[in-house]
Design a protein. Structure first.
Length: 319
């Protein structure tokens, strides 16, 4: 998702150029809808698919938002799961699997989780196993690998006229966990770890593993965090290969009120939610020919800068 906002404290911690870019984020990316529709960008064309994921036959976790609220499991087995994230309402729905710091209550954790989901601001001691964001009246499928322990399914809902609200649902993960509605039984034997067509590494201030070119059509992206801080990934189709400097220039132009043709030609196509070091999630994209740019908007805990302004931008070509 795109950064919802950057606090003015963060701006003060940035250099002059990055501070200007961050100011533009404050001014122009003021809604969690930016996860799906970057402010001022020309269009959104989600490229999610699940042909490869569905063929794997993994146990499933259903996260469904209805007019009556969220329907989620309370216990699942450890290991690999296909997550079916669905909105049956006019609201956009977000979900990520999170572990809270010891001693933090659900009430205390809820606004912090919302800050992570909506602003990509993460706090020490939190663990993220991956998630995603699905549009209204739609379903999206992805894969997570959950170790045993006490987790929460962090869910939120929102749209252009409804403020984002966060609900944390306790989840017990363990091989002895009893299945609940929306959860598949533990697979036996243990399913093999999927091998991604693309192994995208999150490395704090850079991406690794992304090929320069790839073939059009469905591809399973294996997104793994090999860095030291949580990161997410936002994927765009862009008119040319982009760098961190390009994004800083685009933000500066928007901050000055100047239309930016490059930003207007940038199309949102996909996303993978916050993921902690040592964790992997899988998301499938059906990409048509063109140039694509992967970015991460997570606020770095040491510098206060969005990761993409620290260099976490990489383009590739689909043929």
């Amino acid at each position: 998702m795109l950064a919802q906002s950057v606090s003015r404290r963060h701006v003060l911690q940035l250099g002059a150029g990055a501070a200007l870019a961050a100011a533009a984020i404050i001014a122009n990316l003021s809604s969690p809808l930016s996860r799906l529709r970057p402010a001022g960008a020309q269009s959104i064309e989600p490229a999610f698919t699940s042909t490869i994921i569905d063929a794997l036959g993994l146990p499933e976790i259903e996260i469904v938002y209805t007019a009556g609220g969220f329907r989620v499991p309370s216990a699942v087995g450890a290991g690999l799961h296909t997550v079916a994230l669905r909105s049956e309402t006019d609201l956009v729905v977000y979900a990520d699997f999170m572990q809270l710091p010891a001693g933090l209550s659900l009430e205390e954790a809820t606004p912090i989780a919302l800050d992570a989901a909506g602003n990509d601001v993460v706090q020490p001691g939190w663990t993220f196993a991956g998630g995603n964001n699905v549009d209204a009246h739609a379903e999206l499928r992805f894969i997570v690998d959950l170790p045993a322990g006490d987790w929460v399914i962090a869910t939120s809902s929102y749209n252009e006229t409804t403020a984002e609200t966060m609900v944390l649902h306790p989840l017990t993960v363990g091989t002895g966990a009893a299945a609940t509605p929306g959860a598949s039984p533990v697979a036996s034997p243990v399913p093999a770890r999927p091998e991604g067509d693309v192994v995208m590494q999150l490395k704090d201030v850079a991406f690794g593993g992304i090929p320069e070119t790839m073939t059009a059509g469905p591809s399973l992206f294996q997104v793994e965090n090999v860095g030291e801080q949580p990161r997410q990934m936002v994927l765009f189709r862009t008119p040319k290969a982009l760098t961190a400097a390009d994004f800083e220039a685009m933000f500066a132009a928007r901050s000055a009120g100047t239309p930016d043709s490059l930003w207007m030609q940038t199309v949102w196509v996909g996303y993978a939610a916050l993921l902690s070091p040592g964790f992997t999630q899988w998301v499938e994209f059906d990409l048509k020919p063109g140039i694509y740019t992967a970015t991460s908007w997570t606020i770095d805990m040491e510098t206060g800068a969005p990761a993409l302004l620290m260099g976490m931008v990489q383009s590739f070509t689909v043929e």
